[in-house]
Ligand binder design. Sequence first.
Ligand code: DX5
Ligand code: ZN
Length: 228
Amino acid sequence: MFDRKIKIAPSILSADFANFGQECEAIEAQGCDWVHVDVMDGHFVPNITFGPAMCAAIRPHIKGVMDVHLMIAPVDPYIEAFAAAGADVISAHLEAGPHIHRSLQAIRGAGAKAGLAINPGTGIEDVDYLLDMVDLICVMTVNPGFGGQKFIHSQIDKVRKLRAMIGDRPIHIEIDGGVTPETAPLVVAAGADVLVAGSAVFKGGSVANPAPYGANIRAIRAAAKAAL
Ligand code: DX5
Ligand code: ZN
């Protein structure tokens, strides 16, 4: 059932790469809603992370939503593999190629929810004809490729405009990059409901000491809710 309740989605890009399974269990136990998985190919973005095999390996460690963010180009050859790995949401970038409409069709065709990710420099004019193809729109508030970057404030206006475009369609607005207790209220006030946070959730904690994860998640959620 679709709802716009605030959802916190820690990005495991900031987790301990040697312990992804336990890290996923730890953030869920500490109260996160979704688990955000950043797939990078060293081509669409200047960094390389992991692929479908890693997603399949962590799937048994995630009870909730596995939210896979594909920063790869091309996208289409890999959609089936990520769906088979157990991704609940698969987001492709509007900038990843000329056939985003086909990619979104293929994501839903593979049984996953379709997400559309948009870089900071990209306008929302092209989203109009894709609104019936998507379940989520991910507004990048950093230039994709790395965690721990500074939030780009110019994107708040983009969120506001997107929220108006969406109307009462069941489409989540996800914010990705530089989300903290300071920036979360700004995007929630503009209409966002899914908050990806990497460095702000994983800072100060570990699999052996996960309590700081919970405190960080609660701090972001409280600040976000205060903006509603
Ligand atoms: C960046 C990724 C983000 C990143 C967020 O390309 O898509 O998900 O991990 O990390 P923070 O919250 O540290 O900016
Ligand atoms: Zn991401």
